[in-house]
Write a protein that binds this ligand. Structure first.
Ligand SMILES: Nc1nc2c(c(=O)[nH]1)N[C@H]1C(S)=C(S)[C@@H](COP(=O)(O)OP(=O)(O)OC[C@H]3O[C@@H](n4cnc5c(N)ncnc54)[C@H](O)[C@@H]3O)O[C@H]1N2
Ligand code: MOO
Length: 420
């Protein structure tokens, strides 16, 4: 099984970088060092709604003996023409507004009478209802130190400094930083385009009525959702019936928009296993898919190859719903991550106590049982049947039983891979 993953990832290179608008770059890997063209904050500004003052004017101020200052203006965030604050003066100032010339600090409005001539206030009167707030007199009840409640220019990042290093994965805070320094587009590894195609003449899309012997196509939905969750741009193709020529034509058509192709079903040993039939032969460019049986359960039959003019990777997953999902986790997710320039395995394994144990596991096969993990304990859900989609949806983890282990005693520890 690890050998199969090695084969799948061999010679797989991250996609060529492209420029993307910020929000499209979320989750992508940055490929350039980004420096800040401007300082953050770009100017000294107030961290409180209050009054910009000269510290000497309010030294020793108390509620009993307040400092009375003349209000020389009102400074809202975004203000351009700033009043100069001279001795004995103050300017009413809002959070984020530039510190005016002459002022050295800000006293929060709660330390003042807000210009009301009464006692301490808890807020300012709204400019709309009391437009005179930028004039008159204010009584300040407490002193403030130099730079008090002032956010200094460049205190976050200086102009010309490194904001983000190449290789950073762009999460929401990094996207926010890029926006803050004025970057609208960035150079990143793009999301791979993954085309998901299920096969089987029994398949009916959800929303349509089932006829005799028919089932709803669930794999293409689960796999497309999984590909998107892994970071890909995923397209779901309507299921293809068990006809090799139709399947081959569909796959060839889809190559134009695929960085990766994923199929489900048709890889076992039955008479209608058309994926094998359609993709085993070499294509015009010599690309072909190789089919194998791996020592794992679920997910024993697997196909992998590079096809078409661009040698597009194709992973042919088994049709049983749990098998296809587990196969995606083990093989397709690492492909998507590698193409994005991310480390292939982000899930990791942890140890957990399994109070119920595992009664039996096939010798010589690595078994991936579905489990519910909580606080260091994991409980198997639904048994080993690879048709059990409800149990899969109840699970949040895979319990990994190694090849040489044929049972796990109740209360023993097991390896667990947390899902999603
Ligand atoms: N004689 C043998 N039979 C089987 C073997 C074997 O070694 N010898 N292996 C079994 C294992 S293990 C698996 S896994 C499956 C793999 O079969 P295929 O990949 O050929 O898949 P299908 O036969 O097309 O379907 C299997 C099963 O899954 C259902 N299915 C298929 N596609 C979907 C879908 N899109 N949504 C929901 N369900 C789907 C399908 O109806 C079948 O029930 O082979 C075993 N057999
Ligand atoms: O490998 Mo099958 O995938 O065991 O059900």
């Amino acid at each position: 099984m690890p050998e199969h993953l090695d084969d799948v990832l061999r010679n797989l290179k991250p996609l060529e970088p492209i420029e993307l608008p910020l929000l499209e770059a979320r989750g992508c890997v940055l490929v350039e060092d980004v420096t800040a063209p401007v300082a953050l904050p770009p100017f000294d500004n107030s961290s409180m709604d209050g009054y910009a003052v000269r510290t000497a004017d309010v030294a020793g101020a108390t509620e009993e003996f307040p400092a009375a200052l003349t209000v020389v203006g009102d400074i809202a965030a975004g203000a351009r023409d700033l009043p100069t604050v001279g001795p004995g003066e103050a300017a009413r100032i809002m959070t984020g507004a530039p510190l005016p010339p002459g002022a050295e600090a800000v006293v929060p409005v709660e330390w003042t009478d807000g210009g009301t001539g009464t006692g301490p206030v808890t807020s300012m009167a709204a400019h709309g209802t009391a437009p005179g707030g930028g004039s008159g007199e204010v009584l300040v009840h407490r002193p403030v130190g130099e730079h008090g409640h002032v956010r200094a220019r460049g205190s976050d990042i200086g102009a010309g400094a490194l904001a983000l290093r190449a290789g950073t994965v762009l999460g929401p805070p990094q996207i926010g930083l890029l926006a803050a320094i004025g970057r609208a587009v960035v150079r990143v590894r793009p999301r791979p385009r993954v085309v998901v195609l299920s096969t089987g003449s029994e398949l009916v899309p959800p929303g349509e009525t089932l006829g005799p012997g028919r089932i709803h196509d669930s794999n293409s939905y689960a796999l497309t959702a999984a590909a998107r969750e892994a970071g890909a741009i995923a397209f779901r193709v309507a299921s293809v019936s068990d006809d090799a020529a139709t399947l081959r034509a569909t796959v060839d058509d889809q190559l134009a928009r695929a960085d990766v192709l994923v199929t489900s079903g048709g890889v076992s040993v039955g008479a209608y296993d058309v994926v094998k039939e359609a993709l085993s032969r070499p294509d015009e460019e010599g690309g072909r898919v190789e089919f194998r049986r791996l020592a794992m359960q679920p997910g024993k039959p697997q196909g992998f190859g590079r096809i078409g003019p661009d040698r597009t990777p194709l992973l042919a997953l088994p049709g049983n719903p749990v098998s296809s999902y587990v196969s995606f986790e083990l093989f397709v997710r690492p492909v998507i991550r590698t193409l994005m320039g991310l480390p292939p395995d982000d899930r990791g394994t942890l140890r957990a106590v399994c109070p119920e144990g595992v009664a039996s596991s096939p010798r010589g096969k690595r078994q991936f049982l579905r489990g519910r993990y909580h606080g260091g304990t994991v409980t198997p859900v639904g048994g080993s049947g690879s048709h059990l989609v409800k149990a899969l949806s109840d699970a949040n983890a895979l319990i990994v039983v190694p090849e040489e282990t044929t049972s796990v005693a109740p209360g023993a520890e097991v390896d667990v891979v947390l899902l999603g």
